[in-house]
Write a protein that binds this ligand. Structure first.
Ligand code: ATP
Ligand code: MG
Length: 352
């Protein structure tokens, strides 16, 4: 019997409401497929920060290292600046465990209405592959002449050859494994003078190794316009940390609700645990109301099991998500229903 140890960090806001629903789905699927899952909960959050001055203990990363995977809700809450919740928990985990791939699938499910006209299930079905540890999200830079009229702020981006090539390789491999074999790279080579032409040149170099993959490169501005105009064009999208981030909110928005979108922070070499979470944040505006949609978290749980080699558990969980949406069994408000977080989570677990 396979056995996995999962570190669970529900975090803040609706993170604490959706994670139990993800665990319900995992437990049901594990029982069905004879897999043993052991969950260990960590209460690391903005509340921990208020109490202790840290989002997680000093040896937090050491504690997480021994797990097979990390299952995260969301961190961040009003009263704690975003850079503290990000740099105090999320980014250190992504970086220490070399989770350099952020994989975000985007699909229009049967039963959901896209805000784009005339889109059917199947028209929207692509992956955003986002570079997750370098690029524009660096803490290099700073302020000079602070408080004077001459104040200057700089913010550096870092693109390494290794970092660029490995994310591109992951995206090309993914494209090659799919029917369309189509990779689109998001850049901005006319505005970002050094980094983006470099990225483009590495895409071209990598493309030579994948003659069967069709490749195009677009500037991020027209890219976003095209994504809304003709989402069916896209198959695998690859972008830097910033552009990947933007596209992976835009993508799910085209499928009816961002709340169903999952996000996998992957260390493809499996030297360290990977981390699975919904794309959405802690949503303070709806926290505590039991109306948050847990599907992004349940889908993230399915991706976690696929990463751990349990494709059957992944398929079972995805089948249950498809059924619950298609048959409108229990939909939360953002999907046009009036079910609670728990009712939707339970409906998924019951189908499993
Ligand atoms: P972050 O900076 O962490 O990404 P954010 O400011 O982008 O956070 P979210 O927390 O993702 O914000 O929420 C954005 C909007 O989407 C909010 O209005 C929120 O209520 C809604 N939303 C987010 N997640 C869900 C969910 N699971 N169910 C229903 N609505 C959601
Ligand atoms: Mg956001």
């Amino acid at each position: 019997m396979s056995q996995f140890n999962i570190a669970v960090i529900p975090g803040d806001g609706i993170g604490t409401e959706v994670i139990p629903e993800g665990i319900k789905a995992l437990e049901a699927a594990a029982a069905k497929h004879g897999v043993e899952l052991n969950f260990t909960h960590f209460d690391w959050s903005c509340e921990t920060y208020h109490r202790t001055g840290r989002m997680m203990p000093e040896d937090g990363l050491d504690q997480l290292k021994q797990f097979d995977s990390i299952f995260l809700g969301a961190v961040g809450f009003p009263g704690v600046p975003d850079h503290i919740s990000l740099w105090g928990l999320l980014l250190p985990i992504r970086r220490a465990f070399n989770q350099y791939v952020n994989l975000r699938p985007v699909r229009l499910f049967e039963g959901l209405q896209s805000p784009l006209a005339n889109k059917q299930a199947g028209d929207i079905d692509f992956y955003v592959v986002r570079e997750n540890v370098e690029g524009e999200y660096s803490n290099i830079g700073g302020i000079q002449y602070e408080g004077t009229d001459d104040e200057v702020v700089s913010q550096q981006s870092i693109f390494t050859r290794k970092g660029t090539d490995r994310i591109l390789k992951y995206a090309f491999d993914l494209a090659q494994s799919r029917d369309k074999k189509h990779l689109s790279s998001a850049t901005k080579s006319n505005g970002l003078f050094h980094s983006m032409p470099y990225w483009d040149s590495r895409v071209e170099a990598m493309a030579e190794r994948y003659p069967d993959v069709k490749v195009d490169q677009f500037h991020i501005d027209i890219f976003t316009a095209n994504l809304v105009r003709m989402p069916e064009f896209y198959d695998v999208i690859v972008g830097s940390n910033l552009f990947g981030d933007i596209l992976s909110d835009l993508g799910p928005a085209c499928t009816g609700t961002i709340a169903i979108a999952p996000s996998a922070n992957i260390n493809p070499e499996k030297e360290f645990p990977s981390m699975f979470e919904p794309v959405h944040g802690s949503a303070p505006d709806i926290a505590g109301q039991n109306i948050a949609n847990p599907i992004g978290t349940v889908w993230a749980a399915a991706m976690m099991m696929q990463h751990l080699g349990c494709d059957d558990m992944h398929d079972t969980i995805m089948g249950a998500i498809e059924t619950v949406i298609r048959d409108q069994l229990a939909l939360t408000r953002d999907m046009g229903g009036n079910a609670s977080t728990q009712e939707l989570g339970q409906a998924i677990a019951d189908i499993i």
